[in-house]
Design a protein around this ligand. Structure first.
Ligand code: HEM
Length: 192
């Protein structure tokens, strides 16, 4: 994956757990790079090893790490100059989720070797619920999608409950149900 993803993992660890934790994770993952270059491509294995080492050093499930990382990704990309791109593809959570493939196609203009996931949005229960179908050539990243959806809920000021309703392996692909339960309460932590 592009270095941007690994940089975001580094930022997530340093902010949440400190620089010393990052050094231990970097060593645990056996990384020789001192730093990641956002536009360089790295084997997917690098990202998976980082998550594995983070799980050991921080004593957290890999799934928990991926979920928190997904939430962080929404903030991180906005901070790293992709906020406008996030804004371009929807003024509401629903509109944005319907445009995820268009958004990644647009990202592909900057990152030409991008191998993006694919998402398809379905409205259910008269629009009260949303189903997001997720397909990827990579394995094991479903928890990250849960975090991404929570982070996007916050970005769009919508309180969301997210559940995974189908699992690749058991089912054909991963599906997430999103229920919007109103705006984020006043006084809640400010969004980016
Ligand atoms: C403007 C913001 C964004 C940028 C710049 C961006 C860019 C990227 C990049 C560079 C990758 C690595 C893929 C590769 O290197 O081949 C990636 C992967 C991914 N992106 Fe995005 N992305 C953005 C927003 C989002 C959002 C909002 C979602 C929400 C669903 C999302 C879902 C994912 C997932 C799940 C992956 C993991 C790869 C996989 O599933 O195969 N991204 N994205």
């Amino acid at each position: 994956m592009y270095g941007l993803v690994n940089q975001a993992v580094e930022d997530f660890v340093r902010r949440g757990f400190g620089d010393a934790a990052w050094q231990r994770i970097r060593e645990g993952a056996g990384l020789s790079h001192e730093m990641f270059v956002s536009m360089d491509g790295y084997p997917d294995e690098v990202t998976y090893k980082l998550v594995g080492a983070a799980s050991e050093v921080l004593n957290l499930d890999a799934a928990q790490i991926l979920e928190s990382f997904g939430e962080h990704w929404v903030l991180y990309t906005a901070q790293e100059g992709y906020g406008e791109m996030l804004s371009m593809f929807g003024a509401s959570l629903e509109e944005f989720l319907g445009n995820l493939d268009n958004m990644h196609s647009h990202v592909g203009l900057t990152f030409p070797d991008l191998r993006p996931p694919s998402f398809q949005l379905e409205r259910v229960d008269g629009g009260r619920g949303l189903l997001l179908h997720y397909r990827s050539e990579r394995m094991g990243l479903a928890p990250m999608v849960i975090g991404l959806l929570k982070g996007l809920g916050r970005r769009f000021d919508e309180n969301v409950v997210v559940r995974q309703t189908a699992h690749r392996g058991l089912d054909d692909h991963d599906v997430f149900r999103i229920d919007r339960i109103g705006p984020v309460a006043a006084g809640a932590s400010p969004q980016q």
